[in-house]
Design a protein around this ligand. Sequence first.
Ligand SMILES: O=C(O)CCC(=O)C(=O)O
Length: 270
Amino acid sequence: MSQARHTSAQMDELAHAAQRDGFCVIKDLIPKSLLLSWREAFSPLLEAHIAREGHLKNRGAARYYVTLPFKAPFAEPRIYEEETLLGVVERLVGADMTMVQLATDTPLLGSDYQDVHRDTPPLFPETGKETPAFQLAVNFPLVDITGENGPIEIARGTHMLSKAEGLRRLEIGEVALEPVPMELGDVMVRDVRGLHRGTPNRTREPRPMVVIGYSRRWLFRPEVSIRVPRESLAQLSERAKRMLRFNPVVDSLDSLDAPDETEVYQAFAY
Ligand SMILES: O=C(O)CCC(=O)C(=O)O
């Protein structure tokens, strides 16, 4: 097991920031060389997605949600088991959490502002009350994110409010949508209940943002999954096997085995 790059106190602080604000950014956590290999391998996947189902416009105009195959270079324990990352994740959603999603959000030139949304409904809508975190998006870009290429905007602290109350506070200016610029290597840990939106990419380069979903041990999300190739199971750490335990194990990732490749995760905004 590798060492965490941060002390326990630093991880406490990062988790505390995420509990307070709904997100935290861990600077320069992932080696750029890994991300460059992801960027290269992602490009044909994005093209294939657009050719196959781009007409579905699954995240709005010129913006695409694309699941990544759990194989090299994306099945990368130096990322999904990074010790600081898991330290912060466990502080937020508890020990024995599960890893349930490995995908990307990519706005292109022609994309627009999304409606402000959360990525999940509340657990107990009838109470109007929010609970500690139960579903996290760990986001990291495959390019530097500037004001020009579509930074996600987040309204700080709204993850503990109902959507209606969060929108009301946005309307009266009590909270504001803040763009979150990120450099290659930075990682954001985000409570998906925080109000946010994608913004337009005004450049000619795609802006892929990876999302790895981690959930509390009891949460099942039928809309996402990671298909784990049977042959890769033997190489996974015991911890990774445990984290991936609710995902389907498949004989092959080839599309011949899965003729219906359309993204299942179409309804995403709550
Ligand atoms: O990647 C982004 O800029 C955010 C996209 C987003 O919030 C979504 O599609 O749910």
